[in-house]
Design a protein around this ligand. Structure first.
Ligand SMILES: C[S@@+](CC[C@H](N)C(=O)[O-])C[C@H]1O[C@@H](n2cnc3c(N)ncnc32)[C@H](O)[C@@H]1O
Length: 218
């Protein structure tokens, strides 16, 4: 819905390559990046299938906070999925630039804001950036990581277009959490947020949509 055949999609934290697979199936060109070479290799394998349109697909090792090799206003759609702080440590502490090594929410959000600023720069005006992000718990209490990530994207200059709730059943970790939840009297988190942001047009009058910009309580 947010891109057309032949356009350019960017996923700067590509992991196992879901974005690239869908881009290939839908005939979009796509650039995937990941800080971890193992995931770059995994994504390359994931898109190694025949029988669909042949768009340009590329996967590289890189840091999502530095997209300086990309021109401003050059990408048609961003689709990405950051780590949720250190819930899953993708490089098990071996890659310092891997955001999944950060256990402090303020520190994690500062890095997310750097990514948001870069994504805003490379995205074409009036185009969209989709971020899938979830929440967690600490000491039996709810940690609204997704909500705070959303605010940092707004702070970087994005306008919130949609908050799509993705129901998340039967994760690998559900069994482990079920016992903890019963004992600690809390609910299992069974959703993630797919935030859709839009980059404003140059000189766009945002007054009518000011509640979707940062800070939302203006
Ligand atoms: C939630 S996973 C992405 C999963 C992906 N959507 C898929 O289809 O498998 C987050 C990814 O972000 C990567 N990552 C962490 N810090 C990064 C950084 N600074 N720059 C680029 N990628 C990073 C991790 O290596 C991991 O592969």
């Amino acid at each position: 819905m947010y891109s057309k055949e032949g356009e350019y999609i960017l996923d700067p934290m590509v992991g196992g390559g879901t974005t690239l697979i869908e881009a290939k199936l839908l005939g979009r060109n796509a650039l995937g990046m990941d800080i971890n070479l193992d995931f770059v290799k995994l994504s390359e394998q994931a898109v190694d299938f025949e029988g669909y349109p042949r768009p340009r697909l590329k996967v590289e090792v890189g840091d999502a906070r530095d997209l300086s090799f990309l021109k401003a206003d050059s990408i048609d759609l961003v689709v990405t999925h950051p780590p949720y702080m250190n819930i899953i440590r993708y490089s098990e502490g071996k890659i310092p630039e891997d955001l999944s090594n950060i256990g402090s929410m303020p520190k994690f959000l500062d890095e997310i804001e750097k990514i948001a600023a870069e994504l805003l720069r490379v995205l074409k005006p009036d185009r969209h950036c989709a971020i899938l992000v979830g929440d967690t718990r600490r000491g039996k209490h709810y940690v609204p990581l997704a909500f705070n990530t959303m605010l940092r994207f707004q702070k970087a200059g994005f306008i919130l277009r949609e908050d799509i709730v993705k129901v998340q059943h039967n994760c690998d970790s559900t069994k482990r959490w079920e016992a903890k939840a019963k004992q600690g009297k809390f609910y299992l988190i069974m959703h993630e947020h797919l935030f859709i942001f839009r980059k404003p047009r140059t000189g766009e009058d945002l007054s009518r949509i000011r509640y979707s910009t940062y800070p939302s309580c203006k």
